[in-house]
Design a protein around this ligand. Structure first.
Ligand code: 6PG
Length: 468
């Protein structure tokens, strides 16, 4: 037994991650049912002392030093349970299994409890950054047994992305906290992606900008406060010519967005925990709405398009930038708010500063803004919601006129920018000391005797309302 780290599942992510671990000085052994995948890793690895692979599970487990550290990078769902069952009879007490996939957090809790009884430490660790991240340094979000994490720490810290030298991995909390944080990361990811797409639409429709011009704008923004992976790749995507025909590839891509479920889970769970996150909800809804293309086309013909007057790019571009920055802040605020609540409800004991820090590099939602967010939580670890952070008041306030204009333009001329507008509505509602929900309470009391509280007296009240 000589390898320090074991990896099950030599698909693109697994293969890239094990090579990354090996490059960072930890000998690693890979396992895949498919001998072809094992062989190809052996070839690419070059040096079997550093990295080797097998398609025999017994050889794999026997080849790992104790306590075994075995990471699974297999598709979420039943496969994880099956791999665990296959491994179990071969493991020793104290061994560690890490699920690196996008598993549903309740599955992780179930697996952790089950494996604890058998003396095995189970971790759910979100890994973000796609194939490139896995190879060059992802952001890793591990949750599980704190003591057992000591065995994983040096490996994960070496393999993770670095932000100004700081590793983008940290022990996050017990049980499914790592998977949960990754789930919310993905909810934020959905929001930022949809927002970027809406700005692209606005620049195209109102600004009459072509793909290279939008790409240039995104590229410039990415040099400044909007520096982020998603803005940066959007700049690159918009420049890509179509190999199969003329023009730009982005114009040929069907406008139906698929999803694997993590964004939807985030929205679903936010409803359970009572945390408002309309921008993320809307981003999930937009993927669902995008699938209804036939109906969209029917209604497009029926209602037609409005004439959109040109908004001069000189005037539009800075406003679009500010609107996007504002909406990015609101999206992080919503996701982090959910994490704050989940930390209490699920006893994860999360540290929000740490989470913001490990998102600064490697992951899909990495952005310069996260450094400011980390600072805000560093200054006040009990911050209930990012919008309340004094550090962000100026940034939010200075973007308000721009986002109002952008949203008004979209509403007036029928440009679909629902995430931008929900980010603004979220802020407007959140910053309203008085909302019209007094009428909602009165209606509830009217038809259901649900009672209400008063602004001027303590107690619970009910009125026998006159019948309309
Ligand atoms: C990441 C991503 C990744 C996710 C894809 C696909 O952090 O690297 O979040 O884990 O699987 O983005 O997600 P959808 O198919 O749901 O868009």
């Amino acid at each position: 037994a000589s390898y320090t780290f074991g990896l099950v599942g030599l698909g693109v992510m697994g293969r890239n991650f094990i090579l990354n671990v090996a490059d960072n000085g930890f000998s690693a052994l890979g396992y895949d049912l498919d001998e072809e995948k094992a062989r190809s890793l052996r070839e690419e690895g070059g040096n079997p002392d550093k990295v080797d692979a097998t398609s025999d599970l017994g050889t794999f487990v026997a080849g790992l030093s104790l306590p075994r550290k075995i990471m699974l990078l297999v598709p979420a769902g039943n496969i994880v349970d099956r791999v665990i069952e296959d491994l179990l009879p071969l493991l020793d007490e104290g061994d560690i299994i890490v699920d690196g996939g996008n598993s549903f957090f309740r599955d992780t809790d179930r697996r952790e409890t089950y494996l604890k009884e058998k003396g095995i430490n189970f971790f759910g660790a979100g890994v973000s950054g796609g194939a490139e991240g896995a190879r060059r340094g992802p952001s890793i979000m591990p949750g599980g047994n704190r003591e057992a994490y000591a065995h994983l720490k040096p490996i994960f810290e070496a393999a993770s992305a670095k932000y100004k030298g700081e590793p983008c991995v940290a022990y996050l909390g017990p049980k499914s906290s790592g998977n949960y944080v990754k789930m919310v990361h993905n909810g934020i990811e959905y929001g930022l992606m949809q927002l970027t797409a809406e700005i692209y639409e606005l620049l195209k429709t109102a600004g009459r900008l072509d793909n290279p011009a939008i790409s240039d704008a995104f590229h410039r923004w990415d040099q400044d406060r909007l520096e982020s992976f998603l803005v940066s790749i959007s700049a690159t995507i918009l420049k890509q010519k179509d190999d199969l025909g003329s023009g730009y590839l982005v114009d040929k891509i069907l406008d139906k967005a698929k999803q694997k479920g993590t964004g939807k889970w985030t929205s679903q769970n936010s409803m359970d925990l009572g945390i408002p996150m309309p921008t993320i909800d809307m981003a999930v809804s937009m993927r669902q709405l995008s699938a209804l293309k036939d109906h969209r086309e029917t209604l497009d013909e029926r209602f037609g398009d409005l004439e959109v007057p040109e908004w001069t790019p000189e005037d539009l571009l800075p406003k679009a930038e500010a609107a996007l920055y504002f909406a990015f802040i609101m999206t992080y605020a919503q996701g982090l708010h959910l994490l704050t609540e989940a930390s209490e409800d699920y006893e994860y004991n999360l540290n929000m500063e740490t989470i913001a820090k490990i998102w600064r590099a490697g992951c899909i939602i990495r952005a310069e803004l996260l450094a400011d967010i980390a600072q805000a939580y560093g200054a006040n670890p009990e911050l209930p919601n990012l919008v309340l952070a004094p550090e962000l008041t100026d940034a939010i306030g200075s973007c308000l006129p721009a986002i109002r204009e952008v949203v008004a333009y979209g509403a007036k001329y029928g440009i679909s920018i629902p995430c931008l507008s929900s980010a603004l509505s979220y802020f407007d509602a959140f910053s309203s000391g008085r909302l019209p929900l007094n009428l909602v309470q009165a209606q509830r009391d009217y038809f259901g005797s649900h009672t209400y509280e008063r602004t001027d007296q303590e107690g619970i009240f009910h009125t026998e309302w006159p019948k309309g």
